[in-house]
Design a protein around this ligand. Structure first.
Ligand code: CA2
Length: 164
């Protein structure tokens, strides 16, 4: 079975392509998902893409990913800047996490400069619009591959290597 990547989207991202195209672009979430499926196939990955306007639902999905997925790509939207609950869920899931934003929050209002989610993220992709989803999947594919690969020929693959 192909390793599965959970791709989570936070509040208001269901409006993508419908409102404020000057900030967030013209692609809908469904356009993005179609392209991501093609990209996932080329990496021999599966994706499970979801959107919710509810913090608790996102937390529940992160907990679900812990046992079903190899990694999480998350655009937490406004919860990026407010949610300790999402941060805690991401820390608890012990999966590679990539934080993703369509816009570059550092070019925007001060309150968008702080991200709780960053504390749980391996890396952040921001400012590339809808294309960022594909960039995030490319980065995740490498993380998942490296995680499953033996360190040296003949050595057993381990899920996590202890830091020295
Ligand atoms: O740039 C991003 O992806 C954000 O995560 C988007 C969030 C914002 O609160 C973050 O600071 C940065 C907002 C998502 C709202 O999405 C909309 C999409 C279309 C129309 C209106 C809102």
């Amino acid at each position: 079975m192909k390793p599965k990547i959970m791709v989570l989207n936070g509040p208001n991202l269901n409006l993508l392509g419908v409102r404020q195209p000057q900030i967030y672009g013209r692609d809908t979430l469904s356009d993005i998902e179609s392209r991501l499926r093609v990209r996932a196939r080329s990496h021999e990955l599966a994706i499970d893409m979801r959107q919710s306007n509810h913090e608790g639902e996102l937390v529940t999905w992160i907990q679900e990913a812990r046992t079903t997925c190899a990694g999480i790509i998350i655009n937490p939207a406004a919860y990026t800047h407010t949610s300790v609950a999402i941060l805690d869920a991401l820390l608890a899931c012990e999966l590679p996490v990539i934080e993703l934003h369509l816009s570059n929050p550092h070019q925007r209002e001060d309150f968008r400069h702080r991200s709780f989610v960053t504390l749980a993220a391996k890396g952040v992709i921001a400012g590339f619009g809808a294309h960022g989803y594909e960039l995030a999947l490319d980065a995740m594919a490498k993380l998942v591959k490296d995680q499953g690969a033996p360190a040296k020929p003949g050595e057993r693959a381990t899920k996590k290597r202890r830091a020295k």
